[in-house]
Design a protein. Sequence first.
Length: 236
Amino acid sequence: MKPIAVIRHSPTEGPGHFATFLDRHSLPWSLIRIDEGEPVPSNTDGFSGLCLMGGPMSVNDDLAWIPPLVDLIRRMMAADKPVIGHCLGGQLMSRALGGTVTANPRKEIGWGTVRVIDSPLARAWLGDTRQFDSFHWHGETFSIPEGATRILESTACANQAFVIGKHLGMQCHVEMTKAMIEAWCESGAEEIRDASPAETVQSPAAMQINIERRLASLSAHAELLYTRWIEGLGVT
Protein backbone atom coordinates (compact mmCIF):
# COMPACT_ATOMS: atom_id res chain seq x y z
CA MET A 1 0.00 0.00 0.00
CA LYS A 2 1.00 3.62 -0.36
CA PRO A 3 2.53 5.26 2.73
CA ILE A 4 0.67 7.35 5.27
CA ALA A 5 1.93 10.92 5.16
CA VAL A 6 2.95 12.09 8.64
CA ILE A 7 3.27 15.87 8.89
CA ARG A 8 5.70 17.13 11.55
CA HIS A 9 5.53 20.83 12.42
CA SER A 10 8.13 20.92 15.21
CA PRO A 11 11.30 18.83 15.73
CA THR A 12 10.21 17.55 19.18
CA GLU A 13 6.65 16.73 18.12
CA GLY A 14 7.12 13.65 15.98
CA PRO A 15 4.73 10.72 15.55
CA GLY A 16 5.68 9.02 18.81
CA HIS A 17 3.48 6.02 19.60
CA PHE A 18 1.56 6.48 16.35
CA ALA A 19 4.70 5.44 14.47
CA THR A 20 5.19 2.48 16.83
CA PHE A 21 1.62 1.39 16.12
CA LEU A 22 2.02 1.69 12.34
CA ASP A 23 5.30 -0.24 12.40
CA ARG A 24 3.74 -3.02 14.49
CA HIS A 25 1.00 -3.35 11.88
CA SER A 26 3.49 -3.22 8.98
CA LEU A 27 1.89 -0.07 7.61
CA PRO A 28 4.29 2.19 5.67
CA TRP A 29 4.58 5.85 6.53
CA SER A 30 6.57 8.83 5.33
CA LEU A 31 7.64 11.73 7.57
CA ILE A 32 7.29 15.19 6.05
CA ARG A 33 9.32 17.70 8.06
CA ILE A 34 7.58 21.05 7.73
CA ASP A 35 9.89 22.33 10.48
CA GLU A 36 12.90 21.70 8.21
CA GLY A 37 11.35 23.44 5.22
CA GLU A 38 10.04 20.39 3.39
CA PRO A 39 7.05 21.36 1.24
CA VAL A 40 3.48 20.30 1.83
CA PRO A 41 2.65 17.53 -0.69
CA SER A 42 1.03 19.00 -3.77
CA ASN A 43 -1.29 16.06 -4.41
CA THR A 44 -2.88 13.09 -2.66
CA ASP A 45 -1.94 10.36 -5.12
CA GLY A 46 1.17 9.16 -3.31
CA PHE A 47 -0.47 8.55 0.06
CA SER A 48 -3.09 6.29 1.56
CA GLY A 49 -3.79 8.51 4.58
CA LEU A 50 -2.68 11.67 6.38
CA CYS A 51 -1.52 12.16 9.97
CA LEU A 52 -0.94 15.62 11.44
CA MET A 53 1.15 16.06 14.57
CA GLY A 54 1.30 18.92 17.10
CA GLY A 55 3.32 22.10 17.28
CA PRO A 56 3.75 25.28 19.34
CA MET A 57 2.39 27.57 16.64
CA SER A 58 -1.24 28.62 16.14
CA VAL A 59 -3.45 27.72 13.21
CA ASN A 60 -4.21 31.46 13.16
CA ASP A 61 -0.56 32.41 12.58
CA ASP A 62 0.47 33.83 9.22
CA LEU A 63 2.65 30.90 8.16
CA ALA A 64 3.19 30.07 4.49
CA TRP A 65 2.62 26.33 4.90
CA ILE A 66 -0.77 26.55 6.66
CA PRO A 67 -3.00 27.33 3.61
CA PRO A 68 -1.57 24.51 1.43
CA LEU A 69 -1.77 22.09 4.37
CA VAL A 70 -5.41 22.99 5.04
CA ASP A 71 -6.04 22.45 1.32
CA LEU A 72 -4.31 19.05 1.47
CA ILE A 73 -6.56 18.00 4.36
CA ARG A 74 -9.64 18.91 2.34
CA ARG A 75 -8.38 17.06 -0.72
CA MET A 76 -7.49 13.93 1.27
CA MET A 77 -10.98 13.88 2.76
CA ALA A 78 -12.54 14.45 -0.65
CA ALA A 79 -10.52 11.49 -1.94
CA ASP A 80 -11.91 9.36 0.94
CA LYS A 81 -8.46 8.93 2.46
CA PRO A 82 -8.46 8.95 6.28
CA VAL A 83 -7.03 11.92 8.17
CA ILE A 84 -6.00 11.97 11.83
CA GLY A 85 -4.83 15.01 13.78
CA HIS A 86 -3.11 15.42 17.15
CA CYS A 87 -3.54 18.79 18.95
CA LEU A 88 -2.41 21.34 16.33
CA GLY A 89 -3.31 18.66 13.80
CA GLY A 90 -6.86 18.47 15.12
CA GLN A 91 -7.08 22.26 15.00
CA LEU A 92 -5.94 22.23 11.36
CA MET A 93 -8.63 19.66 10.59
CA SER A 94 -11.30 21.81 12.24
CA ARG A 95 -10.12 24.82 10.22
CA ALA A 96 -10.20 22.76 7.00
CA LEU A 97 -13.80 21.78 7.74
CA GLY A 98 -14.95 25.34 8.42
CA GLY A 99 -14.40 25.38 12.17
CA THR A 100 -12.58 27.98 14.25
CA VAL A 101 -9.62 27.89 16.63
CA THR A 102 -9.73 30.21 19.63
CA ALA A 103 -8.15 30.59 23.07
CA ASN A 104 -9.19 27.89 25.52
CA PRO A 105 -10.49 29.21 28.86
CA ARG A 106 -7.48 27.61 30.57
CA LYS A 107 -4.17 26.18 29.43
CA GLU A 108 -3.83 22.44 29.83
CA ILE A 109 -0.26 21.23 30.36
CA GLY A 110 0.40 17.75 31.71
CA TRP A 111 -1.82 14.81 32.58
CA GLY A 112 -5.57 15.19 32.80
CA THR A 113 -8.69 13.06 32.51
CA VAL A 114 -10.71 13.02 29.31
CA ARG A 115 -14.25 11.66 29.33
CA VAL A 116 -15.83 9.64 26.53
CA ILE A 117 -19.13 11.06 25.33
CA ASP A 118 -22.01 8.62 25.87
CA SER A 119 -22.89 7.97 22.24
CA PRO A 120 -22.83 5.04 19.80
CA LEU A 121 -20.17 6.76 17.69
CA ALA A 122 -17.85 7.33 20.66
CA ARG A 123 -18.26 3.68 21.68
CA ALA A 124 -17.42 2.61 18.12
CA TRP A 125 -14.04 4.31 18.53
CA LEU A 126 -13.33 3.61 22.21
CA GLY A 127 -15.38 0.57 23.15
CA ASP A 128 -16.44 0.41 26.79
CA THR A 129 -13.95 3.10 27.89
CA ARG A 130 -15.66 5.83 29.88
CA GLN A 131 -12.62 7.98 30.67
CA PHE A 132 -8.83 7.87 30.66
CA ASP A 133 -5.87 10.05 31.54
CA SER A 134 -4.38 11.72 28.49
CA PHE A 135 -1.49 14.13 28.05
CA HIS A 136 -2.17 17.77 27.18
CA TRP A 137 -0.21 20.80 26.06
CA HIS A 138 -2.34 23.55 24.56
CA GLY A 139 -3.69 27.03 25.08
CA GLU A 140 -6.14 27.06 22.17
CA THR A 141 -9.05 24.86 21.20
CA PHE A 142 -11.04 24.01 18.09
CA SER A 143 -14.77 24.20 17.47
CA ILE A 144 -16.57 21.04 16.36
CA PRO A 145 -17.07 21.57 12.62
CA GLU A 146 -20.40 21.09 10.92
CA GLY A 147 -21.10 17.42 10.26
CA ALA A 148 -18.62 16.20 12.90
CA THR A 149 -19.43 14.58 16.25
CA ARG A 150 -17.64 15.23 19.53
CA ILE A 151 -16.41 12.02 21.22
CA LEU A 152 -14.12 13.30 24.01
CA GLU A 153 -14.30 16.14 26.53
CA SER A 154 -12.50 17.32 29.65
CA THR A 155 -13.35 19.68 32.48
CA ALA A 156 -10.97 22.34 31.17
CA CYS A 157 -11.66 21.84 27.45
CA ALA A 158 -15.06 20.82 26.09
CA ASN A 159 -13.81 19.71 22.68
CA GLN A 160 -11.10 17.07 23.09
CA ALA A 161 -11.85 15.02 19.98
CA PHE A 162 -14.26 14.82 17.06
CA VAL A 163 -15.04 12.29 14.37
CA ILE A 164 -16.39 12.84 10.89
CA GLY A 165 -16.68 9.69 8.80
CA LYS A 166 -13.31 7.90 8.90
CA HIS A 167 -11.46 11.04 10.12
CA LEU A 168 -10.41 11.80 13.71
CA GLY A 169 -9.32 15.16 15.11
CA MET A 170 -7.95 15.36 18.66
CA GLN A 171 -6.98 18.20 20.99
CA CYS A 172 -5.27 15.87 23.47
CA HIS A 173 -1.94 14.14 22.87
CA VAL A 174 -2.44 10.36 22.85
CA GLU A 175 0.81 9.78 20.92
CA MET A 176 3.18 10.55 23.78
CA THR A 177 6.37 8.69 24.71
CA LYS A 178 8.63 9.19 27.70
CA ALA A 179 11.29 10.82 25.53
CA MET A 180 8.74 13.27 24.11
CA ILE A 181 7.50 14.30 27.55
CA GLU A 182 11.06 14.86 28.74
CA ALA A 183 11.88 16.95 25.65
CA TRP A 184 8.72 19.05 26.01
CA CYS A 185 9.39 19.70 29.69
CA GLU A 186 12.83 21.02 28.74
CA SER A 187 11.81 23.10 25.73
CA GLY A 188 8.58 24.31 27.41
CA ALA A 189 10.05 25.15 30.82
CA GLU A 190 9.44 28.88 30.39
CA GLU A 191 5.84 28.33 29.28
CA ILE A 192 5.21 26.16 32.34
CA ARG A 193 6.65 28.84 34.62
CA ASP A 194 4.59 31.60 32.99
CA ALA A 195 1.36 29.56 33.24
CA SER A 196 1.87 28.49 36.87
CA PRO A 197 0.35 28.21 39.33
CA ALA A 198 -2.79 26.78 37.74
CA GLU A 199 -4.90 23.74 38.44
CA THR A 200 -4.50 22.49 34.87
CA VAL A 201 -0.76 23.15 34.55
CA GLN A 202 1.66 20.60 36.05
CA SER A 203 5.32 20.91 36.90
CA PRO A 204 7.82 18.70 35.04
CA ALA A 205 8.25 16.69 38.26
CA ALA A 206 4.50 16.08 38.51
CA MET A 207 4.38 14.93 34.88
CA GLN A 208 7.02 12.29 35.64
CA ILE A 209 5.14 10.66 38.56
CA ASN A 210 4.17 7.07 37.66
CA ILE A 211 5.09 7.89 34.07
CA GLU A 212 5.58 4.29 32.93
CA ARG A 213 2.13 3.26 34.19
CA ARG A 214 0.52 6.37 32.80
CA LEU A 215 2.10 5.92 29.37
CA ALA A 216 1.11 2.24 29.22
CA SER A 217 -2.51 3.21 29.85
CA LEU A 218 -2.37 6.12 27.41
CA SER A 219 -0.88 3.97 24.65
CA ALA A 220 -3.55 1.31 25.17
CA HIS A 221 -6.29 3.90 24.70
CA ALA A 222 -4.46 5.48 21.76
CA GLU A 223 -4.40 2.09 20.09
CA LEU A 224 -8.18 1.80 20.38
CA LEU A 225 -8.43 5.02 18.39
CA TYR A 226 -5.66 4.10 15.97
CA THR A 227 -7.11 0.64 15.34
CA ARG A 228 -10.44 2.16 14.36
CA TRP A 229 -8.67 4.78 12.23
CA ILE A 230 -6.69 2.29 10.15
CA GLU A 231 -9.93 0.55 9.23
CA GLY A 232 -10.41 3.58 6.99
CA LEU A 233 -7.31 2.56 5.07
CA GLY A 234 -9.06 -0.64 4.02
CA VAL A 235 -6.32 -2.88 5.40
CA THR A 236 -8.09 -4.54 8.35
